[in-house]
Design a binder for this molecule. Structure first.
Ligand code: HEM
Length: 127
């Protein structure tokens, strides 16, 4: 099947059995039936997201490049969204990165403040 084939969300939903399992990751449609038994993370998790958008589940695990290569081999087409379809899922990475940069900023601020106090103490000491 050519990778340019388009599927609607309703069509993807119809493929939710172990042998005929479709899932959507980053708006692309994958047919994972042949891989279910080989998945190192087990068949259960794949069945849970069968016929659905699995972008979050797939990215949350932090799959390796090898996993992404396998994924490309399972590609059957792309998703054609209609008005009533669920919105595209965003990767959680962006949010957590913003969080950690704020933490780093706070730590730097505290460090500079502490260094100033120590410098002031040292200056007083030598007077
Ligand atoms: C067709 C899509 C998927 C492919 C090709 C795939 C492939 C793989 C591969 C190759 C691994 C071994 C570790 C690695 O290389 O990263 C792995 C591990 C894992 N996968 Fe997936 N995966 C897919 C979808 C999912 C989904 C939707 C979930 C849902 C939660 C999931 C959960 C896991 C877990 C929990 C592990 C860790 C297993 C362990 O280390 O014990 N995977 N997957």
């Amino acid at each position: 099947m050519p990778a340019t084939q388009e599927y609607t969300y309703t069509e993807v939903k119809g493929h939710n059995t172990k042998k005929d399992l479709f899932m959507v990751i980053h708006d692309k449609v994958y047919s994972v039936g042949s891989f279910v038994d080989e998945h190192p993370g087990g068949e259960e998790v794949l069945m849970d997201v069968g016929g659905q958008d699995a972008t979050d589940s797939f990215e949350d695990v932090g799959h390796s490049d090898e996993a992404r290569e396998i994924l490309e081999g399972l590609l059957v087409g792309k998703l054609r969204r209609t008005e009533s379809d669920p919105k595209p899922k965003l990767s959680a990475t962006t949010t957590s990165q913003t969080g950690s940069s704020t933490d780093a900023g706070t730590a730097l601020y505290a460090f500079v403040l502490l260094a100033a106090i120590v410098a002031f103490g040292a200056w007083k000491y030598v007077q």
